[in-house]
Design a binder for this molecule. Structure first.
Ligand code: ADP
Ligand code: MG
Length: 373
């Protein structure tokens, strides 16, 4: 797969200049049409994603994190959403202009996405094993490789069986449990620490716990071997132990497949555990982007500083937690100038009228704030 060239960022801002970017986003603008007017969910996003990196995308709810993820894999709800400007370069192509047929080919093998609610991404009428087998079949077909053989995905024969199981509150024995699934599917389930993969392969999505379903989604991603995995709050619905296992799987994806993971989370503690780099979003813009260590030790944007002060850190018990005053603005009526200025304790006149563009303040550390320019 060819790599996208690194492009200069739009509008005088600077994306951190990494030469080996696998994904380059330039001046991306996304708008939603709502009953009460149009809102700008992404106001010109520039981002370079390097190979084999876990990049946490953080920010309060409503800052545009999911919109960014959905734009890349082009699963935005259109309408109401529309891409009003910008470019997304991946595998030598501008995804914004790519016909849907080619985009479908890229999804899965090139770009994968997992969601907070894994059950909504699994098809309720197919067993886990059937869905994994189908993933393998589609993947091999895409690269013109003969598959392991003809494979037919069998829909659940009787809805009645499941209804009966539910009504009786018991699992009725099912002949399908003895069904053969491809070795690779079973191996993928084992890789995501599912201890009885043959049994789980024969289950339907509704029979899985949240943690199990998320692991199945990650197993799917492992099989697809994407260059970029977009994970939108993948651990938010999980207990802490399962969450830790999922994070470990993300690292494996990075280290073994060389995938880059865009890890969307509102939880800075999770970002601190997993990220190589952190992207901070506020009101549809990237306000800071740096190596994780750098960002946590030396936050440069007042919003990042506010976020860090509002989450508990292990070794700083003596520090009082401070909430950032105010709320994320209604993006139909964004404030003038810097969108953060109404909540910023450092704001001065220029901030109220002029939008600060992102500047690289030290190698690999990019900030959009007049205090730093
Ligand atoms: N389907 C939609 N229709 C209208 N507005 C939307 C839709 N999805 C998201 N938005 C708006 O876009 C902005 C960004 O939302 P989102 O990307 O979901 O943020 P985050 O993931 O950071 O919470 C918010 O103002 C949100 O209200
Ligand atoms: Mg979201």
């Amino acid at each position: 797969m060819g790599e996208a060239k690194t492009l200069p960022a739009a509008g005088g801002g600077e994306a951190v200049g990494f030469g080996d970017a696998v994904l380059t986003i330039k001046g991306l603008v996304v708008k939603y049409n709502t009953f009460r007017g149009e809102l700008t969910a992404l106001g010109g996003v520039d981002l370079n994603v390097r190979r084999s990196r876990i990049i946490a995308i953080v920010g309060e709810s409503g800052c545009g994190k999911s919109t960014l993820g959905l734009s890349i894999i082009r699963l935005l709800p259109v309408p109401p959403a529309r891409v009003a400007g910008g470019e997304i370069h991946f595998a030598g192509k501008n995804l914004v202009e790519l016909p849907e047929s080619q985009m479908t080919r890229l999804r899965g093998t090139g770009l994968s996405m997992i969601f907070q609610e894994p059950l909504s991404s699994l098809d309720p009428v197919y067993t886990v094993g059937d869905q994994l087998a189908e993933t393998i079949r589609v993947r091999d077909e895409r690269v013109g490789k003969p598959s392991y053989g003809p494979f037919r995905v069998a829909p659940a024969p009787e809805e009645s069986h499941r209804t009966a199981s539910r009504l009786l509150g018991a699992r009725l024995p099912r002949p399908r449990a003895s069904r053969k699934y491809p070795d690779e599917a079973i191996k993928a389930l084992r890789e995501v620490q599912i201890s009885d993969p043959e049994l789980v392969a024969a289950k339907y999505p509704h029979e899985l716990s949240g943690g199990m379903a998320q692991r199945v989604m990650i197993a799917t991603a492992l099989l697809e071997k994407p260059s970029i995995l977009i994970a939108d709050e993948p651990t938010s619905a999980l207990d802490v132990t399962t969450q830790a296992q999922v994070l470990e799987l993300m690292r494996e994806l990075r280290d073994e497949i060389g995938a880059s993971v865009l890890f969307i989370t509102h939880d800075l503690a999770v970002a601190a555990q997993i990220a190589d780099e952190v992207v901070v979003m506020y009101a549809g813009e990237i306000v800071e982007h740096a190596e994780a260590g750098q960002l946590f030790s030396n936050p440069m944007h007042p919003y990042t500083e506010g976020l860090l002060q509002s989450f508990p850190r292990k070794f700083k018990d003596e520090e009082k937690l401070k909430a950032i005053p105010g709320d994320v603005p209604d993006l139909r009526f964004p404030p003038s100038g810097c969108k953060f200025h109404p909540r910023c304790t450092y704001a001065f006149d220029r901030c109220r009228v002029e939008l600060p563009l992102a500047k690289e303040v030290s190698p690999g550390h990019r900030v959009a704030c007049f205090l730093r320019q």
